[in-house]
Design a protein around this ligand. Sequence first.
Ligand code: UDP
Length: 245
Amino acid sequence: MTAIHEYLKRIFSGTEEEFFSVANSAMEEGKKLFIITANPEILMNAQRDPQVEKLLLSPEAVIVPDGIGVVKAMRSCSLESKERITGVDLSQRLLKAAGEAGRRICLLGAKEEVVSTLKKKLEEQYPQAQIHAKNGYGADKDEDFRSLCAHEPDLFLVALGAPNQELLIFRHLEELKKGVLMGVGGSFDVLSGLKRRAPKLFVKTNTEWLYRILREPSRLGRFYRNNVKFLREVKRAPHKTRKEK
Ligand code: UDP
């Protein structure tokens, strides 16, 4: 079993702006880039599931800290971490950049109403872009993923929840020659406008997790299992890992 800090060492330490610039350059240059937005949940998952462990240790994936818990964990292991980079913010910026440049965009995941509303919204905003979408409830998600790959997307967002979305991308990574690929969890629900994101105050104060629990108390158990245990695990880690020079 890989210790948590081995994953933390692999996480991007810069700002959202800096990471966006890396991802946008990959899109402009026709390179392939697989982004994992890591929250405590997926890091804890990697401790139980060897497939997720392999995913997080793969040199083919770049990982960003999606959540203040991950940022704090990195800092407590003496690793630099400038700020959290959320999947929803990053997808919004990448969709804008791809849309304005008239690129090919594929969306896979969420309910049909959600993904088709998002597709329509993007088509109105960026009429020059080519957008293809499929909901996340098909019987064969590998087949759905493959059929979208045929459009050779420059940007491919997958919203099935972690870690299934990342594992799906990882299984098919070799089949794609280019494109920025990212698992985005519940982002389509927010980006489509059908679900409200936390008010700005929660976002600014890094307490979006609290808003989600207040809105959906059933998330509390999941939050405890992953976040509280995660912080305990980080504390127990044989740190303090020195920053790699
Ligand atoms: N989802 C899906 N197919 C499934 C299960 C989930 O498309 O079989 C979608 C769901 O509709 C939602 C997203 O995956 O849009 C997961 O959202 P959640 O908030 O649970 O993910 P998180 O952001 O917490 O990883």
